[in-house]
Design a protein around this ligand. Structure first.
Ligand code: NAD
Length: 257
């Protein structure tokens, strides 16, 4: 089945992995709906730039993925979709007894609950159209834990579990639901962790990259947003029609250990 002319909604896609996935979809002829919680000219300009570069339809729709009703409204405003990529996510690092409650709530809402709401709204439309692909961007932290990331690890394990349930609910339909589990990708989310870590361990940026961030990534290289876009595209291909309810790691070997 050709992907040309299909529509993908990618949550949290005005930067990083989401934007990378949107660009790879557009390159393949898929119309894309970009999203984040802001509503700046530059957000809309990103969509216009993709439309011009790849000759597809591209829109930017503001919706705050921490709010269930806005998650559902995003799907409605887009007129449904053939491909749903749940990618919006945030991080906060703190020991459990010092973890700010508002950060815990925000991580669970944005990284996990949003996928519940968008899937609930998008699946009926996929069923009507007779085809659908759901790709949940989880993390190596959906399969492994790290200290001080309890909320993120809980949310990402939750996403992996939810992915399996939805795959079973759609198993006899031409709809698949999978999770992609990246290791470290050098995006704004990871960039934001570097200055504090440099200070904390009195390290250079290079030392933080190699000795802290990539210690658990045996390849010692960051995964790229283009590689994640390619993985998402593969999950939309005919070759992947029987791949459902599983995780694909793009982590340089992290979860092999
Ligand atoms: P990023 O900060 O570049 O992108 C996060 C996106 O989510 C941004 O577009 C941001 O605007 C959006 N977002 C944040 N809060 C939102 C909200 N309330 N409503 C709507 N959108 C919101 O980070 P990234 O690294 O590209 O992360 C994307 C996803 O990939 C996240 O789910 C993250 O957990 C996951 N991930 C990232 C890495 C990594 O190393 N970068 C590794 C594993 C998993």
């Amino acid at each position: 089945m050709s992907l040309q002319g299909k529509t993908a909604i990618i949550t949290g896609s005005n930067s990083g992995i989401g934007l990378g996935v949107a660009r790879e979809f557009a390159r393949a002829g898929v119309h894309v709906v970009l999203n984040s919680f802001s509503d700046r000219d530059e957000d809309h300009a990103l969509a216009a730039g993709i439309a011009e570069e790849f000759g597809v339809q591209a829109r930017y729709i503001k919706a705050d993925m921490s709010k269930g009703e806005e998650c559902r409204a995003l799907i409605d405003l887009a007129g449904g979709c053939d491909i749903l990529v749940n990618n919006a996510g945030i991080q906060h690092v703190a020991p459990i007894d010092e973890f700010p409650v508002n950060k815990w709530d925000a991580i669970i809402a944005i990284n996990m609950n949003s996928a519940f709401h968008t899937m609930a709204a998008a699946l009926p439309v996929m069923r009507q159209r007779g085809w659908g692909r759901v790709i949940n961007i989880a993390s190596a932290h959906g399969l492994r834990a790290s200290p001080f990331k309890a909320a993120y690890v809980a949310a990402k394990h939750g996403v992996v579990g939810m992915t399996k349930s939805v795959a079973l609910e759609t198993a006899q339909e031409p709809i698949t639901c999978n999770a992609v589990c990246p290791g470290y990708v050098l995006t704004p989310l990871v960039e934001a962790q570097i200055p504090d870590t440099m200070k904390e361990y009195n390290m250079t940026r290079e030392e933080v990259e190699k000795n802290v961030l990539l210690t658990r990534q045996p390849s010692k290289e960051f995964a790229t947003v283009e590689q994640l876009g390619g993985t998402a595209l593969f999950l939309c291909s005919d070759a992947a029609a029987q791949i459902t309810g599983t995780t694909i790691s793009v982590d340089g070997g992290w979860t092999a250990v």
